[in-house]
Design a protein around this ligand. Structure first.
Ligand code: SAH
Length: 373
């Protein structure tokens, strides 16, 4: 390679866009979206920025963070709390986020049962004694199906002008590609994992040999393991301190499901009633048509994407009351999906929505509407 070119590259300030930290987190997010783990633990989670990004991945139901420094976690942990919108529109999935204060050199049962464990720019912060214990804790004890480890690639360092030693004053070491890969391959071999290497932060054109700025190992467990057997076979005492826990509102929780079903039932019944009343008006003074009072359910189906309507289940008016059979309401996709069965629907709205005496229809008083007519 041209010597001048190399010099030019070396003195130019290397800036990554998006930032290297964002690229590392995006790498994890892409992996989560590909493999859809339900339970993810981030070790050395620092300011919780990766956890915050991952809380939006709809496959994740359990997120945990661990750091030896409580104050760095506490700084932004409030960003992991549910927002008002989460309560207004609870999600179908459940989500619990927990933060623990402790060291990756120690085993704690709260770290069992995870599908994915991420260690982003963590290992280079570990003292030698901690680094020695780390594989046994993560691969032997936690034993998730996947582990992602990222660490600086020291071969890239000469491309940073002015960098004399390590990239961060707290780093205990920075490995070149061969050092990281031999450690990772040996760890994988010991604990029956496979490992593949990749990275983020491309070197400049012509300097490809130095490799990625951040080197990444993706480890996959070779043997199957069930959550339950992990918990029971590995009794250990709790050593971490839980510093934060947020349980997100979810439709899996009966109390949020009930609220959502009641709102949806009333909303659906109101729409049907509105259509019914419009039809009623259209029938005008024709007593024959008005007494039958059968709106076009096909039209309703078209408008609202309803599933099926049995011919004998139609809304009707009697005196000042309009009756919308629950069977019709249940046939609307959103209500149907929320409740699963008509029995469940009846159970969830019992005592909360005004029903006909036999409990088979939602009842509205239309005195007011009649007065307007
Ligand atoms: N993962 C973060 C940043 C990592 S910086 C990110 O992606 O942005 C390394 C973090 O590891 C620091 O927050 C540090 O407090 C934590 N750490 C260092 N030693 C540790 C140990 N033994 N156990 C757990 N966390 C540790």
């Amino acid at each position: 390679m041209d010597k001048n070119f190399q010099e030019e590259v070396c003195t130019q300030i290397i800036k990554f866009k998006p930032s290297l930290s964002k690229q590392r987190h995006q790498f994890v997010k892409d992996l989560v979206e590909k493999y859809k783990p339900k339970k993810v633990a981030d070790l050395g989670c620092a300011d919780c920025s990766l956890l915050w990004m991952l809380k939006f991945c709809s496959c994740i139901e359990v997120l945990a963070g661990l750091d030896i420094c409580a104050s760095v976690m506490e700084e932004k942990m409030h960003t992991l709390s549910p927002l008002a919108t989460d309560y207004l529109q609870p999600s179908e999935r459940s989500l619990t986020i927990t933060l623990h204060h402790g060291s990756v050199a120690h085993k704690d049962p709260c770290m069992l049962g995870f599908d994915l464990v991420t260690c982003i720019e963590l290992i280079e912060h570990l003292e030698e004694s901690e680094l020695q214990k780390f594989p046994e804790v993560v691969f032997g004890f936690m034993a998730p199906s996947m582990v992602v480890i990222s660490t600086p690639n020291s071969e890239f360092n000469p491309l940073f002008p002015g960098l004399k030693f390590y990239r961060h004053p707290d780093h205990k070491f920075e490995w070149n590609q061969a050092q990281f890969q031999s450690w990772a391959l040996e760890t994988a071999r010991c604990y029956d994992y496979s490992v593949e290497f990749t990275g983020v932060g491309h070197p400049p054109t012509g300097m490809e040999k130095v490799g990625f700025c951040t080197q990444i190992g993706v480890f996959v467990r070779k043997y199957p393991q069930t959550g339950e057997s992990v918990q029971s076979e590995k009794p250990t005492e709790a050593v971490y301190k839980t510093v934060f826990k947020a349980v997100y509102p979810s439709l899996k929780d009966e109390k949020y499901l009930q609220n959502a079903v009641i709102s949806e039932v009333i909303f659906t019944a109101q729409i049907i009633k509105h259509r019914l009343m419009s039809k009623h008006k259209e029938c005008g003074d024709d007593p024959e048509r008005k007494s039958k009072f059968l709106p076009s359910m096909d039209c309703l189906s078209d408008c609202l994407g309803k599933l099926v309507v049995e011919k004998n289940m139609e809304p009707f008016v009697s005196g000042n009351e309009v009756y919308i059979p629950l069977a019709i309401i249940f046939s609307f996709p959103k209500v149907n999906r929320l409740c699963g069965t008509l029995e469940k629907l009846c159970k969830l709205i019992a005592g909360k929505v005004t029903l006909s005496s036999d409990g088979s229809a939602v009842m509205f008083n239309i005195e007011h509407e009649n007065e307007e007519n």
